[in-house]
Write a protein that binds this ligand. Structure first.
Ligand code: SF4
Length: 329
């Protein structure tokens, strides 16, 4: 049975834009995240995909409580975590961990690997004994495929892929239920990427952990994810099961991403879509459907009425006025 672990509802992060030096006047806002809804189920991976600047990393930071939300809610195991403070916040932090893109800058060069991995355990509310920490480090090194003596070395003594294994071991140390993977393989050589993706999937199978995967590379997201959400300019335009999204994409932006990423796939070969222009700035974004200035299906209504995010069956959601027309294409 599916169990909801993380529920994000109408999530917003607006950064105020000010003018003036002494009397700073607010002249608008950068709407980095603007009404995002999705769910991560236990043991599953939810992948967020979109071009650079679409708001996916800000969404990750909000969920990791690295940024304060402007609006909406983030429920984790049924509790609104944006309201947590003090010891409740401290004990929650162990339950949601992160692995970032750059293993070079995310690991302290002055700490031995064993201390890096131990850090999130020893600062936890119920820190275990030294012996238990030592056993845990040995267990984690084995789980991520590193040698037993790797704990005595420093990060610079490892390759990029091995460093990402260390980052994964550190994220696993406090036994989290959810790991936010922010572009976990994009800083690695192509030959190493598949190894790290397979490692993450093996760990998920063994531990039943959930992932929120953030990436700009659609094939990576589809390979790893149970569900995929496509983000454009701070909002989600389509959510579907990974296979369903690949076989039956509906939103024009999803179709464009797929046609660019997988041009020879039989589901997308019938049309080659090249989007005009760049993603607009999230400061004063386009009205109504934010995608309308670049959309090859846009009509008058698209610039005046925002499309609803509608369930078209089986957990497939699309934000577009012309869903029925687009499904025929
Ligand atoms: Fe394109 Fe209009 Fe659909 Fe927006 S609502 S994606 S502009 S057709």
């Amino acid at each position: 049975m599916t169990e909801e672990l993380l529920a994000v509802r109408d999530l917003k992060k607006h950064f105020p834009v000010t003018k003036g030096i002494i009397f700073m006047k607010e002249i608008g806002a950068i709407k980095a995240v603007d009404g995002v809804n999705f769910t991560v189920n236990r043991g599953e991976t939810f992948g967020l995909v979109g071009e650079s600047g679409c708001g996916k990393t800000t969404t990750a930071k909000l969920i990791l409580l690295m940024e304060r939300i402007t609006g909406g809610t983030i429920h984790y195991k049924g509790r609104d975590i944006s309201l947590l403070r003090g010891s409740e916040l401290k004990s929650h932090r162990g339950s949601v961990q992160a692995v970032f893109q750059d293993p070079f800058s995310s690991l302290s060069p002055r700490m031995r690997v064993k201390d890096i991995i131990a850090e999130p355990i020893v600062v936890s509310v119920n820190a275990p004994s030294k012996t238990a920490v030592k056993e845990k480090i040995a267990e984690l090194l084995q789980l991520v495929g590193l040698r037993k003596d790797a704990g005595d070395l420093y990060p610079h003594e490892f390759s990029g892929g091995q460093r990402q294994r260390i980052a994964i071991a550190r994220a696993l140390a406090p036994d989290p239920d959810l790991i936010v993977l922010d572009e976990p393989v994009s800083g690695l050589d192509v030959s190493i990427r598949a190894q790290i993706m397979n490692l993450l999937r093996d760990i998920q199978d063994r531990l039943g952990i959930s992932y929120l995967l953030i990436a700009h590379d659609l094939p990576v997201v589809q390979h790893m994810s149970t569900w995929v959400g496509v983000m454009y300019l701070g909002t989600l335009v389509e959510i579907a099961g990974s296979e369903e999204l690949n076989e039956n994409p509906v939103h024009p932006y999803t179709k464009a991403l797929l046609s660019a990423a997988l041009p020879h796939h039989p589901a997308h070969i019938r049309e080659e879509i090249i989007l005009p222009g760049e993603v607009p700035t999230p400061f004063n974004p386009p009205e109504a459907c934010k995608f309308h200035p670049r959309c090859f299906r846009a009509r008058d209504i698209c610039s005046s009425v925002p499309p609803l995010f509608r369930d078209i069956g089986g957990g497939h959601f699309v934000a577009c006025h012309f869903i029925d027309d687009l499904r025929k294409i």
